[in-house]
Write a protein of this length. Structure first.
Length: 132
């Protein structure tokens, strides 16, 4: 429903940005997925796609993990794992052929936007820890 989506957009902007990024990654790698050719490019694209999905998974898993005193550190850890997966995505993009430059740069920018959302989320979660 629209109300559910609005709540998610407001509560988890990092996840929404990660989902958008993942969709663009899929659209970028999908033409190559039709190919039977294997090699370094295919490995990079497979890594890019799987890591982009992990970013989304870690963010939403942290959200489901919770925001209580007992679960905040786990939530932060999952967000840091999302950040590590996102960094691997950006590294994959940097390793691709310059022939993909326009799309690659656009994806890299989207990845950096997700990174900013994630860093802000981690900082917000850290501010919730009372013993800090």
């Amino acid at each position: 429903s629209a109300g559910w989506q609005k709540a998610i957009d407001e509560e988890l902007p990092a996840w929404c940005a990660a989902v958008d990024f993942g969709q663009f990654v899929y659209e970028f790698v999908e033409p190559d997925c039709q190919s039977e050719v294997t090699g370094p490019r295919q490995y990079i694209l497979n890594t890019l796609l799987s890591e982009s999905l992990l970013v989304q998974d870690y963010i939403v898993s942290g959200h489901h993990f919770g925001y209580t005193e007992d679960t905040l550190c786990g939530n932060i850890t999952l967000c840091r794992r999302a950040l590590a997966s996102l960094d691997r995505c950006i590294q994959c993009l940097e390793r691709l052929d310059p022939a993909d430059d326009v799309k690659r740069r656009a994806l890299s920018i989207r990845g950096r936007i997700v990174r900013a959302f994630l860093l802000r989320r981690i900082e917000t979660l850290r501010e919730m820890i009372w013993w800090r």
